[in-house]
Design a protein around this ligand. Structure first.
Ligand code: NAP
Length: 302
């Protein structure tokens, strides 16, 4: 056991997966939970990944050694303000938000003296949300990034041990770097997927039924990504604005170059470009970071 009492605030995909994973590995003595809607609280009680689900965040955090903020990024500040007077001295507060600088700015000022704040972000998810969508192995072999904002070594070591106990690999970095890395590997690709699905909707020469009937893996993968929770993704783009706009600018330049290569029939340019991108795909599979790849098992076993 790493923490005697853990409070999960927000009971969606990430919190429910943490609850299942902590129970499976015996990492917490007791898990409490809170969500804003009665329907989510009732579903969480039914699924059973918390020992007690409370109607207020204040009750859920009372006596907790670890408090996990697992709501959309835009809601973190208000939640932190609500729990601040009820936090146990010496407790650790962490979060799982997909953007880090904005969360630190919103949450940091509310954390009382004597409570440790260590922001975090598990790089794991699905397009599903809510308390029924979680599962114990969501974090297995995935990365969890922790932000070292002058954290004390002992609380940092405990939080690292918790994530490792849930199957994740842990890296520590600063918030600004995290936000640029995520803009490249997650946020901008999601925006492109949302856009492509929107484009398909507007191509009137292709009927809706044809899009569904013939959607091959390219478009189908975009639709899966574009089905992710709208609130969560709205908040991500609004709070990681600068990094996303920077990467989007670079994306547009590359797209124009490929557009020109197609128009001028520059096959050599296209072939050389696709050869380079194929090598990147290979290195992701070799690193064991694509569970859908046919040779995933072999890559992980390395
Ligand atoms: P989720 O399944 O949609 O659950 C969100 C939870 O937050 C629900 O309990 C919801 O309560 C609550 N909530 C929503 N808006 C709220 C508000 N304005 N105030 C208070 N509570 C609110 O979300 P999730 O996928 O677990 O994501 C949670 C956090 O993890 C987000 O910050 C997200 O950026 C981050 N994250 C997500 C993924 C992913 O792929 N899903 C991956 C890594 C990190 P009700 O149900 O009562 O409305």
């Amino acid at each position: 056991m790493i923490y005697e009492r853990v409070a999960l605030l927000g009971l969606g995909l990430i919190a429910s997966s943490m609850g299942h994973a902590m129970k499976a590995a015996g990492l917490a003595g007791e898990i409490t939970g809170y969500a804003r809607s009665a329907a989510t609280r009732d579903a969480a009680r039914e699924v059973g990944f918390c020992d007690h689900v409370f109607d207020t965040a204040a009750e859920a955090v009372a006596g907790a050694d670890l408090v996990v903020l697992a709501v959309p990024v835009g809601a973190m500040g208000e939640l932190a303000a609500a729990i601040a007077p009820h936090l146990k001295p010496g407790a650790t507060v962490t979060d799982v938000g997909s953007v880090k600088a904005a969360v630190i700015e919103a949450v940091g000022p509310h954390i009382p003296e004597g409570v440790h704040f260590i922001p975090g972000h598990p790089l794991a998810g699905t397009e599903h949300s809510g308390p029924r969508s979680g599962f114990a192995t969501l974090f297995t072999n995935r990365w969890c990034l922790l932000i070292d904002d002058h954290a004390d070594p002992e609380p940092m070591a405990h939080l690292r041990a918790l994530w490792e106990g849930m199957g994740a690999n842990v890296d520590v970095m600063d918030a600004a770097h995290h936000d640029v890395v995520l803009a490249v590997v997650s946020h901008t690709p999601h925006l492109i997927a949302y856009t492509m699905v929107g484009v398909a909707e507007h191509v009137r020469r292709v009927s809706d039924s044809e899009i569904i009937k013939y959607s091959a893996s390219g478009f189908r993968d975009f639709t899966r990504i574009a089905a992710s929770d709208p609130t969560m993704w709205r908040d991500i783009f609004l709070t990681n604005k600068e990094a996303v706009l920077d990467i989007l600018g670079r994306f547009s330049e590359e797209l124009f170059a490929l557009q020109r290569a197609i128009r001028t029939e520059d096959g050599e340019h296209l072939h050389e470009y696709f050869t380079r991108t194929r090598a990147i795909r290979r290195s992701i599979i070799d690193a064991g970071q694509d569970t859908s790849a046919p040779d995933f098992g072999r890559a992980v076993a390395k």
